[in-house]
Design a protein around this ligand. Structure first.
Ligand code: BF8
Length: 632
């Protein structure tokens, strides 16, 4: 195994925490290990009060729940509820962005349209007239089309699904009964179907899982990202830095954590406006750093530095150097408030849905975004005043990283090689084998997989075999921290074919060296960018997305959202590697369905591999099969 830098970073962070007497997530996990075997297998049901029921599929105990529910139905029902949790999170985020855009257009929320090119592109997709019209008027039409999706009761196909998703796949989804209309109705139906005494057919439940995942893909992710690009601009290639070493002892360190740029964009704006107050407080500057997906959003659009992925969030607070951590929604550990308390760090929640004991709550909603953002930045400056002169412990590790690889930025870059047909250079290199295939490495960072540097090692195995890696979410942080988003990584880790391709691209981009081999495409919602890129390549080739030499991987799954994102890849016919195993192994039929029989149904399977090399080898073999089927 290569020596990777990330374990060094985490070792250093853990030492800081332990030296100060903090228990960390690893300690809490150890205390409760081994974890519940029934839970791991998915055969624990607590939906009704005759239970909780537990089925041991390997022993001589009960073979069904008290109501007679089979283990397969039990695991499928639980998986559907996981998928609903993930989809509801993304759809809620998307709706919030939509309403913010509507209010901005009506002059009720202080945001401007920064992504005019996106407005025009979407107008074309949705057939909205543009000739002689103001951008805001065109945008209003797009907002109404999106609002129709959230309000309709006519069972007509969802606008964002039917207009944004590729036509060939829609035909299959339609045959399988997976097309959806109103995402909210579907979430309600799935919760209803999984309540006691309803759907008990594992096949029916698994089709619902796919349908729910489609909702996540096209409303939770695609609609959300389309509208975020309208409001905040389409990302362009930018250089940033990653890891705890981006914290600065003598600056106001303000960490933005969560997912929704409606908050973090305003924080960034007010950090610039209040720079003078920070200087007056004795700081060198206000250092806004990004954590988790909010960090990715800010680094994609502004090159903001990335401080930590999810499993490092409590650890960076233990440095004592974070003056304020402001959070919005999703993936916020309650423990953060407890660590913050020990340092006088301002730990600030902002969303009514995210209330955490011992946090300071500053309500943030778009109509009064400026007032709230100002108050939050001021709280950070006040906390710096209290911290000034006290010792901090910042492990000095960080790496540079290239971010901002939106599809538009990639096409822009490729246009420099072939203005008429920008995707041709990529496809030529896929055909000649220089670029063996693509893997979307997505999802979380898990303390269960950090010790073997699962993500970094798996990625390096892929690069050696000329596979280009596209990444988002916390795996993007991991790769950035490990130096995998640099030109040096191309020289150090890539096979000769991939290296040659990236050298040509680097030259076209005007870089000193090759383009990095791992492309930072954003936050978890930005998995839609990976899908958009794959759809563009497939359409240019005249094949379905599932025929491309491409695989998805969530090597350190933690959150329900990663389950529904994985499902949205599967629905496109893109197979997925996953670790750890999803909680279905207690249901033999569901396990066989996901790992084998799904191939027949949608052309994709799920593969569990817990070791980096095994995972990479399976993905490369799978890509080789796809290449052979294409005759390349
Ligand atoms: O949406 S990768 S731990 S931060 S769920 Fe959460 Fe997982 Fe990180 Fe972002 Ni995505």
């Amino acid at each position: 195994m290569d020596n990777t830098i990330l374990p060094v970073i985490e070792t250093a962070l853990l030492k800081v925490a332990h030296d100060k007497g903090f228990a960390t997530a690893r300690d809490r996990l150890e205390v409760m290990s081994p974890q519940c075997g029934f839970g791991e297998l998915g055969t624990c049901c607590r939906i009704c009060y005759m239970g909780p029921c537990r089925i041991d599929p390997f022993g001589n105990g009960p073979k069904t729940g008290v109501c007679g529910l089979s283990p397969d139905a039990m695991v499928a029902r639980n998986l559907l509820r996981d998928t609903v949790g993930g989809t509801a999170s993304h759809v809620g985020h998307a709706r919030h962005v939509l309403l913010t855009l509507r209010d901005a257009l009506n002059g009720k929320a202080p945001y401007q349209i920064k992504g005019v090119s996106k407005v025009m592109a979407l107008a074309k997709t949705f057939g909205v007239p543009t000739e002689g019209r103001e951008v805001n008027d065109i945008c209003r039409d797009l907002v109404n089309i999106a609002l129709e999706d959230f309000g309709r009761q006519d069972e007509q196909p969802n606008n964002w699904l039917s207009k944004r998703a590729p036509a060939a796949e829609q035909a299959l989804w339609s045959d399988l009964g997976l097309m959806y209309s109103n995402p909210h109705n579907e979430i309600e139906t799935a919760m209803h179907a999984t309540s006691m005494g309803n759907d008990a057919d594992p096949v029916s439940l698994m089709l619902r899982v796919l349908k729910m995942s489609l909702i996540d893909g096209w409303t939770g992710l695609t609609l959300c990202v389309d509208l975020q690009d309208i409001l905040f601009g389409v990302p362009e290639i930018a250089v940033t830095e990653a890891a705890v070493g981006v914290l600065e002892e003598n600056s106001v360190n303000l960490a933005a954590h969560g997912h929704n740029p409606v908050l973090s964009e305003k924080i960034l704006e007010w950090a610039e406006k209040l720079e003078g107050e920070a200087l007056a407080a004795g700081a060198e500057r206000i250092n806004v750093v990004g954590v988790c997906c909010t960090g990715n959003e800010l680094s994609m659009r502004h090159g903001v530095k990335l401080a930590a992925h999810n499993s490092q969030t409590e650890l960076i607070l233990a440095t004592g150097a974070v003056d304020a951590m402001v959070v919005d929604i999703q993936c916020i550990w309650p423990q953060l408030a407890q660590v913050a308390k020990c340092f006088d760090t301002a730990f600030i929640t902002t969303d009514a849905m995210v209330r955490i004991p011992d946090a300071r709550h500053i309500p943030f909603e778009p109509h009064h975004a400026d007032e709230s953002a100002r108050e939050i930045v001021q709280a950070a400056i006040d906390a710096f005043r209290r911290r000034r002169g006290k010792p901090v412990d910042i492990p000095q590790h960080k790496s540079t990283a290239v971010a901002g690889l939106s599809v538009e930025a990639i096409i822009d870059l490729l246009s420099k090689l072939d203005a008429e047909d920008p995707l041709k250079p990529v496809l030529d290199n896929v055909a000649n084998g220089n670029l063996f295939g693509f893997v979307g490495v997505v999802g979380c960072s898990s303390i269960k997989f950090r010790d073997n540097a699962m993500t970094e090692e798996m990625v390096k195995h892929l690069l050696r075999q000329n596979v280009l890696v596209l990444t988002t979410g916390c795996t993007a942080h991991i790769c950035a921290q490990d130096g995998l988003m640099t030109s040096e990584a191309t020289y150090r880790y890539c096979g000769d074919g991939l290296k040659a391709v990236l050298e040509v691209l680097g030259k076209a981009a005007g870089l000193d060296g090759p383009l990095p081999p791992v492309w930072h495409m954003g936050a978890c919602v930005d998995n839609s960018r990976i899908v958009d890129l794959m759809v563009a390549l497939a359409e240019r080739l005249g094949v379905k997305v599932g025929q491309l030499p491409a695989v998805g991987s969530a090597p350190e799954l933690v959150q329900e959202k990663a389950v529904s994102i994985g499902g949205s890849f599967l629905a496109l016919g893109v197979s997925c590697h996953i670790a750890p195993a999803p909680r279905i192994l207690g249901g033999p039929m569901v396990t066989k369905l996901l790992t084998e029989d799904l191939q027949e149904l949608i052309g994709a399977v799920v593969r569990v591999e817990l070791e980096p090399k095994g995972a990479a080898d399976w993905m490369v073999a799978h890509i080789a099969e796809k290449r052979a089927a294409l005759g390349i």
